[in-house]
Design a protein around this ligand. Structure first.
Ligand SMILES: C[S@@+](CC[C@H](N)C(=O)[O-])C[C@H]1O[C@@H](n2cnc3c(N)ncnc32)[C@H](O)[C@@H]1O
Length: 279
């Protein structure tokens, strides 16, 4: 695919194009790039601790695929922890893929392969020990089409070896859904980013769309500047029992829910929980 085709986002679902331009390398000076990467690697402590606690067994091989891998920070952390034989990061956004490639050089990764593609354009992989979908990836991909949810889960199931793990990070949006009718159907939220981020704040307007998915209209305010950027995500507000049933229907033998990553790890207390399913 040429770069011009990569940038032709006109016919794609909003969620697929929402991350075009995210982590654009031109937003970072060399020292900012390094500071940002170091911070991103440190945010993976909770994932690493969880994987060490719950997923490693004596026959662990460490073939891991991350779906919607962003800058591939978690795959690089797994490699740095010597937990990876081979890692695949599948990421649709070209700017994030480019960032991930530069990040790869920064950490001298030899085991992670970044793939710039829509997951649905890829055949399932084979014999993976683990598939990771962190930061609401199932909730983000499911609204993309009528069968996206089942396609994604089947892709993951087929890619895994027997007893392989699917690790999903989800957010429980039930309190947002409950607040909407009390606010004329629309909530406004905001969050401050850490100092290493070129953006300082994100402001969101949240409301339900016709499918009862949550539409998040986001405004990003740049640090030390009046510049703004905008994007939209549509996220599916699953209940925990819904996600357990879906994974069992897909064929997973065991499904467990963890309300936080680990007892003493960093926890975002905004409804985040972890789903671990074993084939
Ligand atoms: C919420 S971000 C999470 C990024 C990363 N996992 C993290 O934790 O930082 C979701 C990512 O999934 C990517 N994405 C969304 N749909 C995708 C698809 N169908 N195929 C591949 N990547 C996708 C987006 O471009 C975005 O970078």
């Amino acid at each position: 695919m040429t770069n011009a085709e990569k940038m032709d986002t006109s016919k794609k679902h909003e969620n697929l194009v929402a991350y075009e331009g995210v982590e654009l390398l031109s937003n970072f000076s060399p020292s900012e790039f390094e500071r940002y990467c170091d911070h991103k690697l440190s945010t993976c402590d909770k994932h690493i601790q969880f994987i060490k606690n719950y997923c490693l067994s004596s026959n662990w091989q460490g073939v891991v695929c991350e779906v919607g891998s962003g800058n591939s920070k978690l795959l690089y952390r797994l490699e740095l922890e010597k937990l990876l034989t081979c890692g695949y990061g599948v990421e649709a956004s070209y700017s994030r893929y480019q960032f991930a490639q530069k990040f790869k050089n920064y950490v001298a990764s030899t085991k992670v392969k970044n793939i710039n593609s829509d997951l649905f354009d890829l055949q399932p992989l084979q014999q993976c020990d683990m598939i990771i979908g962190v930061d609401v990836i199932l909730q983000l991909i499911s609204p993309m089409s009528d069968n996206a949810e089942q396609q994604l889960l089947s892709w993951c199931f087929t890619s895994l070896k027997e007893q392989g793990y699917l690790l999903l990070e989800m957010v429980d949006y039930s309190s947002i859904v409950a607040q909407l009718p009390l606010n004329d159907g629309m909530l406004q939220t905001w969050k401050k980013f850490p100092h290493s981020d070129p953006f300082e704040y994100i402001l969101c307007k949240v409301f339900e769309n016709e499918n009862r998915d949550l539409r998040w209209e986001k405004t990003f305010l740049k640090r030390n500047s009046l510049d703004k950027e905008y994007s939209t995500n549509i996220l599916r507000p699953y209940s925990k029992s819904q996600i357990i049933n879906l994974l069992k229907e897909t064929g997973f033998a065991q499904v467990s829910i963890f309300d936080k990553w680990c007892d003493d790890g960093e926890v975002d207390d905004n409804g985040e929980y972890i789903v671990l399913a074993q084939k």
